[in-house]
Ligand binder design. Structure first.
Ligand code: ADP
Ligand code: MG
Length: 449
């Protein structure tokens, strides 16, 4: 199949040619024509498979072919969970809109509010945004969505995980007319929370799934290493940095504090390192991502702030220094490498505090994961037997409801079975609490101010 088979406007075709893409990827082959017929879509395909153009192209086509419903309101709104991803989507969109009659703007948390008000006054046809800030402008009447034709949610599941359901509902309500079309994209869209949300937002959606989130990503080689503790993790990391032939590397840690600590450690060792965390101001965040994408540093250390969507073509290695709290983020983190057909390596460290997360990932991927070893690195830790883990879960539950008198006893059991500690983060078992919007780590994503 060729891009020319879609019957696209010449302007779109010339941008695609300029980008040098020979043929549409599988998700593009299916999603572009389906979106062009006006269907709402829930579309999923593996990381790095070209989902961005699968929504930008039909959006652009719609604007070029259809009359606007309103002269002033935006016609297309694209939402993403993080500012970095919004910027990246915006850059791709601009390749299509530049030289056209359409204006595209970027509205992000962390940037000057009043400047954004002025930008919105110019009546852009496309808005790419993070949901919190866009909802703020909507509440304050800086723009209206009565004429919105297309609402696109990239990494929709992550926006829900981060607690943006309310803002999404507000945006949805402001544009809830018969003619609106909605598209949802992610590599992981099959959990129940997404389904409920999709039913509320989408009208008779068509589901397109290329493979499943559980399917092996053939271009990414996964390796797992057992570790006893933080010191051993640090030694292993230094080993891989020295021995693995890598272009660029992203190291994921559990928390901002871990990111900072590791960054200091590696910088002291003279390694070319940069750390991205949510506590930096937006200018600093932009500078870091620009520098890293230009190859100014070899190593980026970060949290799940950077797990989604980022397309950094020279990243040959992803290292999970800590396993992720949210199981799906494993798929997204390792998906920062092995993009658009290139090969990548994903190395994960599994210590006692990562064990439950590791087992969850194993369950999610529906495959038995095995551990690799390296000469000179031997961990005493061999995993936690299911029975022990169960006892520990029970002990933790008891600990929660225990009275003052009972508490010390429960605590002791939990500690013994490794479950209440994590490398500088909330215990893995507290996942339910961890996904609440007020969660410390997820406040990385707050879009206000
Ligand atoms: P996803 O959203 O599925 O993770 P992206 O949209 O970020 O993937 O695309 C991944 C990479 O593939 C990008 O560098 C993009 O430019 C490239 N790409 C997109 N479409 C094609 C295509 N048809 N042929 C080759 N490369 C493509
Ligand atoms: Mg994407």
């Amino acid at each position: 199949m060729q891009f020319s088979d879609f019957g696209l406007d010449n302007k779109i075709m010339s941008t695609v040619e300029h980008l040098g893409f020979k043929e549409p990827t599988e998700i593009q082959q299916q999603a572009i024509p389906a979106a062009m017929t006006g269907h709402d879509l829930i579309a999923s395909s593996k990381t790095g498979s070209g989902k961005t153009l699968a929504f930008i192209i039909p959006a652009m086509q719609r604007l070029l072919k259809n009359r606007a419903l309103s002269k002033r309101d935006p016609r297309v709104v694209i939402l993403t969970p993080t500012r970095e991803l919004a910027k990246q989507v915006f850059t791709q969109l601009r390749m299509f809109t530049s030289g056209s009659q359409f204006k595209a703007v970027l509205i992000l948390g962390g940037e000057n509010f009043n400047d954004q008000v002025k930008t919105l006054e110019k009546d852009p046809q496309f808005i790419v945004a993070t949901p919190g800030r866009l909802a703020d402008h909507l509440s304050q009447g800086h723009f209206y969505l009565n004429g919105l034709e297309l609402l696109i949610l990239d990494e929709a599941d992550r926006m829900l995980d981060l607690g943006f359901a309310e803002q999404l509902a507000q945006i949805n309500k402001a544009a809830d007319h018969r003619k609106r079309q909605t598209l949802m994209f992610s590599a992981t869209l099959d959990h129940a929370q997404v389904n409920d949300f999709a039913l509320a937002l989408l009208k008779k959606p068509k589901r397109i799934a290329i493979g499943s989130a559980h399917t092996e990503h053939k271009d990414i080689t996964k390796r797992f290493y057992l570790c006893d503790n933080l010191t051993q993790k640090e030694k292993l990391l230094q080993h891989f940095i020295a021995k693995e032939d890598h272009q660029q590397m992203i190291i994921f840690t559990a928390t901002r504090a871990d990111t900072d600590r590791l960054s200091t450690l590696l910088t002291e060792q003279g390694l070319s390192t940069v750390a991205l965390s949510g506590e930096l101001n937006q200018g600093q965040r932009n500078q870091i991502m620009d520098g890293f994408s230009k190859g100014q540093q070899k190593i980026l250390i970060t949290t799940d702030l950077a797990s989604r969507g980022l397309d950094l073509i020279n990243v040959s290695h992803v290292i999970n220094f800590d396993m992720p709290k949210h199981t799906e983020e494993f798929v997204h983190r390792i998906g920062r490498t092995g993009r658009a057909g290139s090969k990548g390596d994903a190395i994960s460290f599994v210590g006692p505090k990562d064990w439950i997360s590791f087992k969850n990932v194993e369950g999610f991927l529906q495959q038995k994961l095995t551990f690799d070893t390296i000469d000179g690195f031997k961990a005493k830790f061999k995993g936690i037997k299911p029975k022990k883990a169960k006892v520990a879960v029970k002990a933790q539950d008891n600990a929660k409801s225990a009275t003052q008198v009972k508490k010390p006893k429960a605590k002791k059991i939990v500690k013994k079975s490794f479950l209440a500690e994590d490398v500088g983060d909330l215990p893995v078992l507290k996942r339910k609490q961890a996904i609440a919007p007020q969660d410390i780590e997820d406040s990385e994503f707050e879009e206000q101010n």
